[in-house]
Design a binder for this molecule. Structure first.
Ligand code: ATP
Length: 237
């Protein structure tokens, strides 16, 4: 089943064209890695999906419904949650407050508590730091908090923008192990990564963006062996 469908999407910053009519789909249960060099348009793509930016042309459908005219909070309500680049947690708020904030669209306190328990089970480190302010967390812990907060709305589609950015290799490994666990819960994931190798290892499918266009898309495992991808995105000769 198609969960997310992007059709002929264009987006601009003033006169600067960031997306030049891209089309792709994400199926339910799938993990899709969006890869590409700096400035290719990855962040713009996901900001447009989550309603933080309006496209100039094209359509975005989520479970069959057009969402490109909706506000970000309406899009969260439909089941799309976005963990933004740069782990934008609320620094002065505690870990608990940040997580509860992620459930702002939900009314049932019992259900929210159940999700909170699930997130703390997934990230025991956050439980240990529960009453600390987010600014006192390490980079990796802040990334866990950003992902945990995104899970608090019980999304059907989780968007992860550069979850490994600026983290040490061992922490990156832990983050990707957690992404696997989230994936196994049946949550559909769209992940953006500079660290293309790691992303393709967890993904089912890879989509390569080059200057606002889709260069190609392929099964992720095949992409790891594709010479062009290896040279351009995996840093191999
Ligand atoms: P990175 O990996 O560096 O984050 P990206 O693939 O996510 O790159 P985008 O951030 O989507 O790329 O940027 C796409 C294009 O839009 C780039 O050419 C960028 O310079 C431009 N752009 C992004 N944000 C703005 C902005 N606020 N104002 C003007 N141009 C912008």
């Amino acid at each position: 089943m198609t969960m997310l469908e992007i059709r002929n999407l264009s987006a601009y910053y003033g006169n600067i064209c960031a997306l030049r009519g891209i089309s792709f789909q994400v199926n339910a249960g799938e993990t899709v890695a969006l890869i590409g060099n700096n400035g290719a348009g990855k962040t713009t793509t996901v900001r447009t999906i989550s309603g933080l930016m309006k496209p100039r042309e094209g359509e975005i459908r989520f479970m069959g419904e057009r969402i490109d005219h909706l506000r970000p909070d309406q899009i969260v309500r439909l089941g799309i949650s976005h963990s933004p680049e740069g782990r934008k947690v609320f620094p002065a708020m505690t870990v608990r407050e940040n997580l509860v904030m992620g459930a702002y669209i939900r009314k049932d306190a019992k259900e929210v508590k159940r999700t909170l328990d699930y997130v703390l089970h997934l990230f025991p480190r956050l439980e240990e730091r529960f009453s600390q302010s987010a600014e006192t967390l390490s980079g990796g812990e802040q990334q866990m908090l950003a992902i945990g907060r995104a899970l608090m709305s019980e999304p059907k589609l989780l968007i992860l923008d550069e979850p490994s950015l600026g983290l040490a290799p061992l922490i990156i490994k832990q983050i990707f192990e957690l992404i696997r666990v989230i994936q196994q819960q049946g949550i559909t994931i769209l992940i953006i990564e500079q660290n293309a190798r790691q992303a393709l290892k967890v993904a089912h499918r890879g989509i390569v963006l080059e200057t606002g266009r889709i260069a190609f898309e392929e099964n992720a495992k095949e992409m790891l062996h594709n010479d062009r991808v290896r040279q351009a995105y995996l840093g191999e000769k």
